[in-house]
Ligand binder design. Sequence first.
Ligand SMILES: Nc1nc2c(ncn2[C@@H]2O[C@H](COP(=O)(O)OP(=O)(O)OP(=O)(O)O)[C@@H](O)[C@H]2O)c(=O)[nH]1
Ligand SMILES: [Mg+2]
Ligand SMILES: [Zn+2]
Length: 346
Amino acid sequence: MTSTLKDFGWSAHFQAQLLEDELNAAPLRVMAVHRDALEVAGPGFDGRVLAFAGEEDEAATVGDWVLLDDGRRRVRRVLDRISLFKRRSAGTDRRVQLIAANVNTLLLVTSANQDFNVARLERYLALASEAEVTPVVVITKADLSDDAEAYVAQARRLMPGLVVEAFDARDAGAVARLSPWFGRGQTLALMGSSGVGKSTIVNTLAGHELQHTRGIREDDARGRHTTTGRSLHRLATGAWIMDTPGMRELQIVDAAGGINDIFADVVEFAAACRFGDCAHEREPGCAVQAAIASGALEEARLKRYQKLQREDRRNSESLAEAHARNRRFGRMAKRIFEHKLKNREW
Ligand SMILES: Nc1nc2c(ncn2[C@@H]2O[C@H](COP(=O)(O)OP(=O)(O)OP(=O)(O)O)[C@@H](O)[C@H]2O)c(=O)[nH]1
Ligand SMILES: [Mg+2]
Ligand SMILES: [Zn+2]
Protein backbone atom coordinates (compact mmCIF):
# COMPACT_ATOMS: atom_id res chain seq x y z
CA MET A 1 0.00 0.00 0.00
CA THR A 2 1.56 3.30 -1.04
CA SER A 3 0.67 6.08 1.31
CA THR A 4 0.38 9.79 0.89
CA LEU A 5 0.82 12.64 3.36
CA LYS A 6 -2.95 12.74 3.66
CA ASP A 7 -2.93 9.13 4.88
CA PHE A 8 -0.73 10.32 7.74
CA GLY A 9 -3.25 13.02 8.68
CA TRP A 10 -1.85 15.90 6.59
CA SER A 11 -4.32 18.62 5.60
CA ALA A 12 -4.60 22.10 4.11
CA HIS A 13 -3.94 23.52 7.59
CA PHE A 14 -0.38 22.18 7.45
CA GLN A 15 0.19 22.69 3.73
CA ALA A 16 -0.57 26.41 4.11
CA GLN A 17 2.34 26.78 6.56
CA LEU A 18 5.03 25.66 4.14
CA LEU A 19 7.28 28.42 2.89
CA GLU A 20 8.18 28.49 -0.77
CA ASP A 21 11.48 26.71 -0.28
CA GLU A 22 9.87 24.08 1.94
CA LEU A 23 7.41 22.75 -0.60
CA ASN A 24 9.65 19.75 -1.25
CA ALA A 25 10.60 19.35 2.40
CA ALA A 26 8.87 15.97 2.96
CA PRO A 27 7.15 16.65 6.31
CA LEU A 28 7.10 13.81 8.85
CA ARG A 29 4.78 12.93 11.69
CA VAL A 30 6.02 12.21 15.21
CA MET A 31 5.15 8.65 16.25
CA ALA A 32 6.93 8.61 19.63
CA VAL A 33 9.20 10.85 21.71
CA HIS A 34 12.30 9.53 23.45
CA ARG A 35 14.74 11.35 25.68
CA ASP A 36 17.13 12.26 22.88
CA ALA A 37 15.32 11.29 19.70
CA LEU A 38 11.98 11.30 17.95
CA GLU A 39 10.46 8.43 16.03
CA VAL A 40 9.00 9.91 12.88
CA ALA A 41 7.21 8.54 9.84
CA GLY A 42 5.87 9.77 6.54
CA PRO A 43 5.37 8.46 3.02
CA GLY A 44 8.36 6.20 2.36
CA PHE A 45 10.19 7.09 5.58
CA ASP A 46 10.23 5.57 9.01
CA GLY A 47 13.07 6.26 11.43
CA ARG A 48 14.64 8.29 14.21
CA VAL A 49 15.74 11.91 14.14
CA LEU A 50 17.09 14.36 16.68
CA ALA A 51 14.73 16.73 18.47
CA PHE A 52 14.58 20.45 17.79
CA ALA A 53 17.54 22.17 19.43
CA GLY A 54 15.72 25.37 20.47
CA GLU A 55 13.39 26.43 23.25
CA GLU A 56 11.65 23.64 25.13
CA ASP A 57 8.16 25.00 24.48
CA GLU A 58 8.80 24.75 20.75
CA ALA A 59 9.58 21.04 21.05
CA ALA A 60 7.56 18.42 19.25
CA THR A 61 5.18 16.00 20.92
CA VAL A 62 3.50 12.83 19.65
CA GLY A 63 1.21 13.56 16.70
CA ASP A 64 3.13 16.66 15.62
CA TRP A 65 4.18 17.41 12.05
CA VAL A 66 7.85 18.37 11.72
CA LEU A 67 10.23 19.56 9.01
CA LEU A 68 13.84 18.37 9.09
CA ASP A 69 17.04 20.30 8.48
CA ASP A 70 18.97 19.86 5.23
CA GLY A 71 20.90 16.85 6.48
CA ARG A 72 17.53 15.30 7.46
CA ARG A 73 18.91 14.40 10.87
CA ARG A 74 17.29 16.97 13.15
CA VAL A 75 13.92 18.69 13.47
CA ARG A 76 14.08 22.23 12.15
CA ARG A 77 10.50 23.29 12.67
CA VAL A 78 7.31 22.03 14.30
CA LEU A 79 4.21 22.99 12.34
CA ASP A 80 1.32 24.82 13.99
CA ARG A 81 -1.19 22.27 15.35
CA ILE A 82 -4.89 21.74 14.78
CA SER A 83 -5.21 20.69 18.43
CA LEU A 84 -3.01 20.25 21.48
CA PHE A 85 -3.44 18.50 24.83
CA LYS A 86 -1.23 19.66 27.65
CA ARG A 87 -1.09 19.51 31.41
CA ARG A 88 0.84 20.95 34.30
CA SER A 89 3.31 18.26 35.30
CA ALA A 90 3.10 16.86 38.80
CA GLY A 91 6.82 17.22 39.54
CA THR A 92 8.35 19.96 41.63
CA ASP A 93 9.31 22.06 38.58
CA ARG A 94 5.63 22.11 37.52
CA ARG A 95 6.42 22.50 33.85
CA VAL A 96 3.73 22.39 31.21
CA GLN A 97 3.91 19.01 29.55
CA LEU A 98 2.65 18.52 26.01
CA ILE A 99 0.65 15.31 25.78
CA ALA A 100 -0.70 14.97 22.26
CA ALA A 101 -0.93 17.07 19.11
CA ASN A 102 -3.22 17.06 16.08
CA VAL A 103 -5.82 14.75 17.58
CA ASN A 104 -9.31 14.65 16.00
CA THR A 105 -11.09 12.49 18.58
CA LEU A 106 -10.36 11.86 22.25
CA LEU A 107 -11.33 8.42 23.53
CA LEU A 108 -11.81 9.05 27.21
CA VAL A 109 -11.49 5.62 28.81
CA THR A 110 -12.82 4.58 32.21
CA SER A 111 -14.13 1.29 33.59
CA ALA A 112 -17.52 0.18 34.91
CA ASN A 113 -16.12 0.01 38.46
CA GLN A 114 -14.59 2.28 41.11
CA ASP A 115 -12.44 3.97 38.45
CA PHE A 116 -15.57 5.74 37.17
CA ASN A 117 -15.36 9.29 38.50
CA VAL A 118 -17.51 12.19 37.36
CA ALA A 119 -14.99 14.85 38.41
CA ARG A 120 -12.23 13.19 36.38
CA LEU A 121 -14.47 12.88 33.33
CA GLU A 122 -15.40 16.56 33.57
CA ARG A 123 -11.73 17.43 33.78
CA TYR A 124 -10.91 15.53 30.57
CA LEU A 125 -14.02 16.88 28.84
CA ALA A 126 -12.92 20.44 29.66
CA LEU A 127 -9.50 19.73 28.15
CA ALA A 128 -11.10 18.28 25.01
CA SER A 129 -13.41 21.26 24.69
CA GLU A 130 -10.52 23.67 25.13
CA ALA A 131 -8.57 21.81 22.41
CA GLU A 132 -11.70 21.68 20.21
CA VAL A 133 -11.42 17.91 19.99
CA THR A 134 -14.50 15.65 19.90
CA PRO A 135 -14.67 13.52 23.05
CA VAL A 136 -16.10 9.99 23.18
CA VAL A 137 -16.46 8.28 26.56
CA VAL A 138 -15.54 4.60 26.54
CA ILE A 139 -16.51 2.49 29.54
CA THR A 140 -14.59 -0.81 29.63
CA LYS A 141 -15.06 -3.93 31.76
CA ALA A 142 -18.81 -3.87 31.11
CA ASP A 143 -18.54 -7.69 31.14
CA LEU A 144 -17.53 -7.57 34.83
CA SER A 145 -20.32 -5.26 35.93
CA ASP A 146 -24.03 -5.70 36.53
CA ASP A 147 -24.86 -2.06 36.04
CA ALA A 148 -22.77 -0.81 33.14
CA GLU A 149 -25.88 0.97 31.85
CA ALA A 150 -26.07 3.07 35.01
CA TYR A 151 -22.51 4.32 34.33
CA VAL A 152 -23.46 5.05 30.73
CA ALA A 153 -26.48 7.10 31.83
CA GLN A 154 -24.34 9.03 34.32
CA ALA A 155 -21.72 9.84 31.68
CA ARG A 156 -24.33 10.92 29.12
CA ARG A 157 -25.62 13.55 31.53
CA LEU A 158 -22.23 15.29 31.53
CA MET A 159 -22.63 16.98 28.17
CA PRO A 160 -25.49 17.30 25.68
CA GLY A 161 -24.94 14.91 22.77
CA LEU A 162 -21.94 13.19 24.37
CA VAL A 163 -21.31 9.77 22.80
CA VAL A 164 -20.79 7.06 25.43
CA GLU A 165 -20.04 3.39 24.70
CA ALA A 166 -19.68 0.55 27.20
CA PHE A 167 -18.19 -2.84 26.32
CA ASP A 168 -15.65 -5.54 26.96
CA ALA A 169 -12.50 -4.00 25.47
CA ARG A 170 -11.29 -7.45 24.37
CA ASP A 171 -14.38 -7.99 22.21
CA ALA A 172 -13.64 -6.91 18.62
CA GLY A 173 -17.32 -6.91 17.64
CA ALA A 174 -18.18 -4.50 20.46
CA VAL A 175 -15.16 -2.23 19.98
CA ALA A 176 -16.20 -1.93 16.31
CA ARG A 177 -18.99 0.36 17.54
CA LEU A 178 -16.28 3.04 17.59
CA SER A 179 -15.65 2.65 13.85
CA PRO A 180 -17.34 5.93 12.81
CA TRP A 181 -14.33 7.67 14.40
CA PHE A 182 -11.75 5.55 12.60
CA GLY A 183 -11.77 7.04 9.11
CA ARG A 184 -8.65 7.20 6.95
CA GLY A 185 -6.18 9.83 8.16
CA GLN A 186 -8.14 10.46 11.39
CA THR A 187 -6.18 10.66 14.65
CA LEU A 188 -7.53 9.39 17.96
CA ALA A 189 -5.97 9.52 21.41
CA LEU A 190 -6.76 7.22 24.33
CA MET A 191 -6.61 8.77 27.79
CA GLY A 192 -7.63 7.49 31.20
CA SER A 193 -6.31 5.90 34.38
CA SER A 194 -3.83 3.06 34.46
CA GLY A 195 -5.40 -0.37 34.02
CA VAL A 196 -8.69 0.72 32.41
CA GLY A 197 -7.80 -1.04 29.15
CA LYS A 198 -6.41 1.61 26.79
CA SER A 199 -3.76 -0.69 25.34
CA THR A 200 -6.29 -3.52 25.25
CA ILE A 201 -8.45 -1.36 22.96
CA VAL A 202 -5.45 -0.71 20.69
CA ASN A 203 -4.74 -4.44 20.45
CA THR A 204 -8.37 -5.33 19.81
CA LEU A 205 -8.54 -2.74 17.02
CA ALA A 206 -5.24 -3.91 15.53
CA GLY A 207 -6.18 -7.58 15.77
CA HIS A 208 -2.84 -8.47 17.35
CA GLU A 209 -0.65 -7.38 20.26
CA LEU A 210 0.75 -3.99 19.27
CA GLN A 211 0.99 -2.82 22.86
CA HIS A 212 1.87 -4.76 25.99
CA THR A 213 -1.06 -5.01 28.42
CA ARG A 214 -1.12 -5.88 32.09
CA GLY A 215 -1.21 -9.63 32.61
CA ILE A 216 -4.15 -11.07 34.51
CA ARG A 217 -1.91 -12.25 37.35
CA GLU A 218 -0.20 -8.87 37.75
CA ASP A 219 -1.62 -7.09 40.77
CA ASP A 220 -4.18 -4.47 39.80
CA ALA A 221 -3.90 -2.55 43.04
CA ARG A 222 -0.20 -1.81 42.86
CA GLY A 223 -0.81 1.17 40.60
CA ARG A 224 2.01 0.23 38.28
CA HIS A 225 1.77 1.62 34.75
CA THR A 226 2.06 -0.97 32.02
CA THR A 227 2.41 1.53 29.18
CA THR A 228 5.22 3.97 29.90
CA GLY A 229 5.33 6.20 26.82
CA ARG A 230 2.99 7.75 24.28
CA SER A 231 2.98 6.29 20.78
CA LEU A 232 0.97 6.57 17.58
CA HIS A 233 -0.14 3.45 15.68
CA ARG A 234 -1.72 2.98 12.31
CA LEU A 235 -4.86 0.85 12.08
CA ALA A 236 -6.09 -1.15 9.10
CA THR A 237 -8.89 1.39 8.58
CA GLY A 238 -6.22 4.04 7.90
CA ALA A 239 -6.82 5.83 11.21
CA TRP A 240 -4.07 6.62 13.74
CA ILE A 241 -4.46 5.78 17.38
CA MET A 242 -2.35 7.12 20.22
CA ASP A 243 -1.83 5.02 23.32
CA THR A 244 -0.82 6.88 26.48
CA PRO A 245 0.25 5.81 29.97
CA GLY A 246 -2.38 6.20 32.69
CA MET A 247 -2.06 9.66 34.23
CA ARG A 248 -2.31 9.75 37.99
CA GLU A 249 -2.69 13.50 38.15
CA LEU A 250 -4.03 15.63 35.36
CA GLN A 251 -3.46 19.23 36.44
CA ILE A 252 -5.48 21.43 34.16
CA VAL A 253 -3.89 24.53 32.63
CA ASP A 254 -5.01 27.25 30.20
CA ALA A 255 -8.49 25.75 29.96
CA ALA A 256 -10.85 28.42 31.38
CA GLY A 257 -12.98 28.37 28.20
CA GLY A 258 -13.16 24.58 28.13
CA ILE A 259 -14.25 24.48 31.78
CA ASN A 260 -17.06 26.96 31.08
CA ASP A 261 -18.17 24.87 28.09
CA ILE A 262 -18.53 21.76 30.24
CA PHE A 263 -20.29 23.67 33.02
CA ALA A 264 -22.48 25.73 30.70
CA ASP A 265 -25.49 25.13 33.00
CA VAL A 266 -23.69 26.71 35.98
CA VAL A 267 -22.44 29.59 33.80
CA GLU A 268 -26.00 30.22 32.66
CA PHE A 269 -27.40 30.30 36.22
CA ALA A 270 -24.53 32.58 37.28
CA ALA A 271 -25.40 35.06 34.53
CA ALA A 272 -28.65 35.79 36.40
CA CYS A 273 -26.95 36.56 39.76
CA ARG A 274 -27.58 40.10 40.98
CA PHE A 275 -23.88 40.88 41.37
CA GLY A 276 -21.44 40.42 38.51
CA ASP A 277 -18.73 39.20 40.89
CA CYS A 278 -21.06 36.90 42.86
CA ALA A 279 -19.16 34.07 44.57
CA HIS A 280 -22.39 32.04 44.82
CA GLU A 281 -22.15 31.74 48.60
CA ARG A 282 -24.49 33.93 50.63
CA GLU A 283 -24.92 36.90 48.33
CA PRO A 284 -28.46 38.23 47.97
CA GLY A 285 -29.99 37.51 44.57
CA CYS A 286 -27.64 34.57 43.85
CA ALA A 287 -29.28 32.61 41.00
CA VAL A 288 -26.85 29.71 41.46
CA GLN A 289 -27.86 29.19 45.10
CA ALA A 290 -31.51 29.52 44.01
CA ALA A 291 -30.94 26.79 41.41
CA ILE A 292 -29.44 24.55 44.10
CA ALA A 293 -32.39 25.24 46.43
CA SER A 294 -34.89 24.37 43.71
CA GLY A 295 -33.05 21.17 42.80
CA ALA A 296 -32.15 22.42 39.31
CA LEU A 297 -28.42 22.24 40.12
CA GLU A 298 -26.48 19.82 42.31
CA GLU A 299 -24.33 21.55 44.89
CA ALA A 300 -21.57 18.99 44.27
CA ARG A 301 -21.46 20.03 40.62
CA LEU A 302 -20.98 23.69 41.58
CA LYS A 303 -18.14 22.65 43.88
CA ARG A 304 -16.45 20.64 41.13
CA TYR A 305 -16.73 23.63 38.77
CA GLN A 306 -15.20 25.99 41.31
CA LYS A 307 -12.40 23.55 42.11
CA LEU A 308 -11.41 23.23 38.44
CA GLN A 309 -11.60 27.00 38.00
CA ARG A 310 -9.31 27.60 40.98
CA GLU A 311 -6.84 25.00 39.76
CA ASP A 312 -6.83 26.42 36.25
CA ARG A 313 -6.24 29.96 37.54
CA ARG A 314 -3.43 28.84 39.81
CA ASN A 315 -1.72 26.90 37.02
CA SER A 316 -2.27 29.50 34.33
CA GLU A 317 -1.29 32.67 36.20
CA SER A 318 2.30 31.71 36.76
CA LEU A 319 2.30 30.46 33.20
CA ALA A 320 1.23 33.86 31.85
CA GLU A 321 4.47 35.32 33.16
CA ALA A 322 6.51 32.56 31.56
CA HIS A 323 4.62 33.11 28.32
CA ALA A 324 5.42 36.81 28.23
CA ARG A 325 9.07 35.92 28.60
CA ASN A 326 8.86 33.27 25.88
CA ARG A 327 7.04 35.64 23.55
CA ARG A 328 9.92 38.07 23.80
CA PHE A 329 12.31 35.22 23.01
CA GLY A 330 10.00 34.04 20.23
CA ARG A 331 9.97 37.44 18.58
CA MET A 332 13.73 37.54 18.66
CA ALA A 333 13.99 34.03 17.19
CA LYS A 334 11.50 34.97 14.50
CA ARG A 335 13.52 38.05 13.51
CA ILE A 336 16.65 35.93 13.23
CA PHE A 337 14.75 33.31 11.25
CA GLU A 338 13.37 35.91 8.84
CA HIS A 339 16.76 37.51 8.47
CA LYS A 340 18.33 34.15 7.70
CA LEU A 341 15.56 33.32 5.29
CA LYS A 342 16.14 36.56 3.42
CA ASN A 343 19.87 35.99 3.29
CA ARG A 344 19.73 32.19 2.89
CA GLU A 345 22.27 31.58 5.61
CA TRP A 346 21.66 27.85 5.84
N1 LIG B 1 -12.68 -8.41 31.65
C1 LIG B 1 -12.14 -7.35 31.08
N2 LIG B 1 -10.83 -7.10 31.22
C2 LIG B 1 -10.31 -5.99 30.64
C3 LIG B 1 -11.10 -5.11 29.86
N3 LIG B 1 -10.31 -4.11 29.42
C4 LIG B 1 -9.09 -4.35 29.89
N4 LIG B 1 -9.06 -5.49 30.62
C5 LIG B 1 -7.90 -6.08 31.32
O1 LIG B 1 -7.41 -5.08 32.21
C6 LIG B 1 -5.99 -5.18 32.31
C7 LIG B 1 -5.36 -3.81 32.04
O2 LIG B 1 -5.52 -3.45 30.69
P1 LIG B 1 -4.46 -2.54 29.91
O3 LIG B 1 -4.94 -2.45 28.49
O4 LIG B 1 -3.06 -2.96 30.15
O5 LIG B 1 -4.72 -1.13 30.65
P2 LIG B 1 -4.09 0.32 30.26
O6 LIG B 1 -5.20 1.30 30.36
O7 LIG B 1 -3.37 0.26 28.97
O8 LIG B 1 -3.08 0.57 31.49
P3 LIG B 1 -1.72 1.45 31.51
O9 LIG B 1 -0.92 1.09 30.32
O10 LIG B 1 -1.07 1.08 32.80
O11 LIG B 1 -2.17 2.90 31.50
C8 LIG B 1 -5.59 -6.26 31.31
O12 LIG B 1 -5.40 -7.44 32.02
C9 LIG B 1 -6.76 -6.36 30.39
O13 LIG B 1 -6.91 -7.64 29.81
C10 LIG B 1 -12.51 -5.40 29.73
O14 LIG B 1 -13.28 -4.68 29.08
N5 LIG B 1 -12.97 -6.54 30.34
MG1 LIG C 1 -1.45 0.64 28.48
ZN1 LIG D 1 -24.32 33.77 42.51
